[in-house]
Design a protein around this ligand. Structure first.
Ligand code: ZN
Length: 464
């Protein structure tokens, strides 16, 4: 049984119905105004893990992730750089997907862009006005919260006693402080679209409710995002769905914050670490491992130390996999690992099982039990594959010229030509390999410390 914490019920619930074959998932995507930060990467990596987990279990997953390519922040940035909003949006969207590729994230099945769905949003807004749940005023169209049957289901707040100005802006044209804009009128020279209520732009909450319903239907399995989206974004999507008569998401899931020095990471407090830089400096697999080994709902501290530690853990795994060929996957061990992920994506337990196997496998190699060690290696590889962390051939591959240099160095040592042996060691190390002389012979390992100029840039920005 696959379970997940549902923000709506406030408890861990069964995610998949018996006999269910498909799983529809909508995750709020990026506003493409800047490079992604570490908080974004955590959300995307978590849903990528959930998607892979369900796929491994045989479900067909349909993942929709929207791209907000029109927004005040994009327009502001375009003005600052004397360029168009389209240029800003396409530049940062390209960086977003390249970075997510490096993080080992599979592309979504659909990535609807807000600018391509404005007509569908206009249709939904008209339906809400017809239902007397939205009203037109001078500066746009607003949803009337008083007409929403159950407002506050996700947030679990008593909004009747909410003070105006506390978390909601005061706007004289609104009937109530909680009412929110479905359509905002803008001046003719600004970026906008024609509508029955004047030239303007749709609200962000309307974007997501429209694209999720249009692409996944009036009801779908899971709506996800970061915890900062619960209010107002998801509460307001749900409010519109109620007014539109859509049952909407069966379950809601939210990923915890990434913190630095105990503070939540967000653009507004300026302690963001650029995900693109982190991936460049530590490698996408190390960053992914740093995200996934923590329970997804807990706050996650990210620092140079946590990323270095993740890289060291990854090296430990890869060094083990390099010790020999793969045998047969140990089915019972893999099943225990899968059970942990089925239990509300309990990745801390899953990773602890994985590292137990690495330890066990190393012991088997040390005791010259190459058959059992090969089976452990196959099992570890299967776990990594399940997590989207499997090494590529490139990650593990030792080029023939390096193997030959190791062999030549051994021979040089045997004939006591230490100058030649040292010269060959230098060649091997320059190619990015570390060499260890043990009582059992010479061991060669890929040196995965990425001590490049680029990684030094990334680490220095971690300190600031
Ligand atoms: Zn959204």
């Amino acid at each position: 049984m696959t379970t997940l914490f549902d923000t709506m019920t406030g408890s861990v619930t069964q995610l998949i119905n018996p006999g269910q074959e498909t799983f529809s998932l909508y995750v709020c995507g990026p506003t493409v105004q800047d490079r992604p930060h570490l908080g974004h990467g955590r959300i995307v990596a978590t849903y990528d893990l959930l998607r892979r987990h369900l796929q491994h279990k045989g479900l067909h997953v349909n993942l929709v992730m929207n791209v907000t390519d029109i927004d005040d922040k994009i327009i502001t940035r375009a003005a600052e750089e004397s360029t168009s909003a389209e240029e800003i949006a396409s530049r940062y969207e390209a960086i977003w997907w390249e970075t997510m590729d490096q993080l080992g994230v599979d592309r979504p099945d659909a990535t609807p862009h807000a600018t391509e769905w404005v007509q569908a949003m206009i249709v939904k807004i008209a339906m809400m006005i017809d239902a007397k749940a939205a009203y037109v005023v001078e500066d746009g169209v607003y949803l009337r919260i008083a007409s929403v049957p159950h407002y506050g289901l996700l947030t679990k707040q008593d909004f009747d006693h909410l003070q105006p100005g506390n978390r909601v802006e005061i706007n004289q044209s609104k009937e109530s402080p909680l009412d929110f804009a479905l359509w905002k009128r803008v001046e003719a020279h600004e970026v906008g679209f024609a509508s029955p209520w004047g030239y303007g732009r749709p609200g962000w909450h309307t974007e997501c409710v429209t694209m999720s319903i249009e692409l996944l239907g009036t009801t779908f399995d899971l709506h996800g995002g970061g915890m900062d989206l619960i209010f107002p974004h998801h509460e307001n999507e749900l409010a519109q769905a109620q007014v539109l008569g859509a049952p909407f998401a069966r379950h809601w899931a939210h990923v915890g914050f990434v913190e630095m020095n105990g503070e939540k990471m967000s653009k507004s407090i300026g302690n963001t670490l650029d995900l693109t830089e982190a991936v460049r400096g530590f490698g996408g697999r190390a960053v992914r491992l740093a995200y996934l080994r923590a329970y997804y709902r807990s706050p996650l501290e990210m620092s140079e130390a946590t990323l270095n530690d993740a890289l060291a853990s990854l090296n430990r795994i890869d060094n083990f996999l390099e010790r020999g060929p793969f045998g047969q996957v140990e089915a019972d061990t893999l099943a225990t690992f899968v059970d942990a992920l089925d239990n509300d994506l309990d990745t801390p337990t899953a990773f602890s099982l994985l590292f137990d196997q690495v330890r066990e496998g190393n012991t088997r190699y040390d005791q010259r039990q190459s058959g059992p060690a090969a089976d452990t290696a196959a099992t570890v590889y299967a776990m990594l594959d399940w997590l989207g962390l499997a090494p590529t051939t490139e990650d593990l591959f030792i080029p023939p010229e390096i193997s030959e240099a190791v062999e030549a160095r051994q021979q040089a040592k045997q004939r006591r030509d230490y100058a030649q042996a040292d010269a060959l060691r230098a060649v091997i190390e320059a190619a990015g390999f570390a060499i260890f002389d043990t009582k059992d012979g010479t061991e060669l390992r890929k040196d995965r410390r990425l001590a490049t100029d680029e990684s030094l840039d990334a680490t220095s920005s971690l300190d600031s």
